[in-house]
Design a protein around this ligand. Structure first.
Ligand SMILES: *[C@@H]1O[C@H](CO)[C@@H](O)[C@H](O)[C@H]1NC(C)=O
Ligand SMILES: *[C@@H]1O[C@H](CO)[C@@H](O)[C@H](O)[C@H]1NC(C)=O
Ligand SMILES: *[C@@H]1O[C@H](CO)[C@@H](O)[C@H](O)[C@H]1NC(C)=O
Length: 487
């Protein structure tokens, strides 16, 4: 096995190989890290709500990032699971890395959202006019869809939002469960000029994306058929529906549709974000997926770790589609209260369709590299001369997460574990192993990637799950490369 490593400044890590141990160290800029007691677990990479803002906050789904007059906007939610405090917070940035937190864009203060302003999406109207569609919880505890418009289009920070007085503009009629009817997507315009939007719901445990149409964005008609549904899943949260280019890694606007795009439908259920790829025929408003949500190990996921309720948006400045997901830190309520925050956002990633046309590819947005001056960003690649030693895979090993937890980093195999130990203490009692194993599967090789959190913290209460996925790489013809953004 040959290993090549590129380090960018940051925290110490040890590289583990199969029988090979490489120790690496470098300078730590203590003044650039916030290591005071309360700030110990605050990340320097991820977007987080302002510190000590209020107790027991939970940052959740976004609308955005939306690009408007030189500024990126992010709208997100605080405390979506408590009845009263759901409001829509707002932060702005020029570079998607450094954020300024503004006053919340919306509070629950109208009959149609008095019990909470929940998730939604921004749509940019022709003429560069942003509007927000969001779910409100009304006084009867029903989920309804409301509209808000930016008050002053000359203000690049879009500080003030005005709720549309005729809200709600969509309500749970026609047998829709009023407690499971939420998270409108960014709307798109069909060739007939009418707007479409989908909303997450279910009917008798059949998850679905309910489809609506409107001429004016205010009066909406529900279609007889959902855009798509699946009897294998429960309720769909935070659906996302967007085109991806077949011939470029660039992103495209939500309303783009021609033979050079396919459409991705994402739904959040069972704690994960799953997606399918298919063809959308706007004239019939029919979506024909290439495969369906099966709720099994073969379903495509955005991420195989902690990642939920994600959303993409088209970045018109750099012609790319950016994905953000919510990461539940899984600390106890007491720990969250002590820290003063709970939850963070994933590193923003560009997403595009793989050349195969069958799955998405993601990569941290370029701007994240500006953090290499004070954060660890490690690139390692592994190359193999001899793969014959790989042990045979058992046909019953279909669940990669289970396989990763049965074969943790401490268990030696023939080809693996190899990878990185990150955030390790000197005595290695505390460490997080990101590692691979290669198995032989009758003339094919199967690469398993794992993230072992079982020794990530000496604190008992935090999540110690070992996560994992099978990778679509062939180690006979390509290197296995790993990029780790640490903390
Ligand atoms: C709108 O925003 C611009 C730019 O920030 C500001 O100069 C102007 O006073 C604002 N108008 C109103 C009515 O608030
Ligand atoms: C794909 O390429 C063709 C020309 O080769 C171009 O006209 C089209 O706009 C491209 N589609 C997308 C979605 O970029
Ligand atoms: C966060 O994760 C923990 C454990 O991983 C789980 O018990 C909890 O329900 C999650 N919270 C939410 C709001 O999903």
């Amino acid at each position: 096995m040959e290993i090549s490593v590129i380090w960018f400044v940051g925290l110490c890590s040890v590289l583990i190989g199969n029988g090979v141990e490489v120790e690496a160290s470098h300078h730590i800029y203590r003044n650039l890290h916030s290591l005071q007691s309360k700030q110990l677990y605050r990340t320097s990479y991820h977007f987080q709500p302002p510190k000590n803002w209020m107790n027991d906050i939970l940052i959740h789904v976004f609308a955005g990032p939306m690009y408007y007059k030189g500024v990126y906007h992010l709208f997100y939610q605080y405390n979506p699971y408590a009845a009263v405090f759901g409001y829509i917070a707002h932060s702005v940035s020029a570079d998607l890395v450094n954020w300024v937190h503004l006053d919340p864009a919306m509070y629950p203060n109208e009959a149609y959202d008095i019990l909470g302003c929940w998730s939604g999406s921004v749509t940019i109207f022709p003429g560069n006019k942003p509007v927000i569609l969001y779910t409100g919880i009304d006084a009867k505890n029903h989920e309804v869809q409301n509209l808000a418009v930016a008050k002053n289009l000359s203000d690049p920070l879009l500080r003030e939002w005005v709720k549309w007085p005729q809200s709600p503009i969509m309500t749970p009629i026609n047998g829709i469960d009023p407690n499971n009817y939420r998270d409108p997507t960014t709307a798109w315009q069909g060739p007939d000029g009418k707007w479409r939007v989908v909303i997450g719901s279910h009917r008798k445990h059949r998850g679905m994306a309910i489809l609506y149409q409107s001429k004016d964005f205010v009066h909406w008609t529900q279609y007889q058929h959902p855009l798509h549904s699946s009897g294998k899943t429960g309720m769909w949260e935070c659906p996302d529906f967007f085109p991806v280019s077949l011939n470029s890694t660039n992103g495209v606007d939500n309303s783009m549709n021609n033979p050079s795009v396919k459409h991705v439908l994402k739904a959040s259920f069972n704690s994960h974000d799953y997606y399918i790829v298919g063809t959308y025929m706007p004239n019939k408003d029919k979506y024909i997926p290439d495969s369906d949500f099966m709720d099994n190990d073969l379903d495509l996921r955005y991420d195989y770790g902690k990642f939920y309720a994600s959303k993409t948006s088209f970045d018109s400045k750099k012609n790319r589609r950016i994905l953000w997901g919510w990461i539940n830190e899984s600390h106890s309520v007491t720990d969250d209260n002590n820290k003063g925050w709970s939850g963070l956002q994933s590193i923003p990633r560009s997403v595009w369709l793989a050349r195969s046309g069958m799955q998405l590819v993601q990569w941290p947005i370029k701007e994240i590299e500006t953090l290499r001056v004070n954060q660890a960003d490690v690139e390692v690649s592994f190359e193999f001369q001899k793969l014959e030693d790989a042990e045979f895979i058992d046909p019953s090993w279909v669940d990669p997460q289970l396989l990763c937890s049965k074969r943790r980093a401490s268990i030696r195999g023939t080809l693996g574990p190899f990878g990185l130990l990150v955030l390790a203490s000197k005595d290695l009692k505390e460490q997080t192993a990101i590692f691979f194993r290669i198995f032989n599967n009758h003339n094919r090789y199967v690469v398993l990637m794992c993230s072992d959190q079982s020794r990530s913290s000496q604190c008992q209460e935090v999540d110690k799950t070992t996560y994992g996925a099978f990778l679509d790489v062939d180690p006979r013809h390509e290197k296995i490369s790993l990029r780790s953004l640490v903390f």
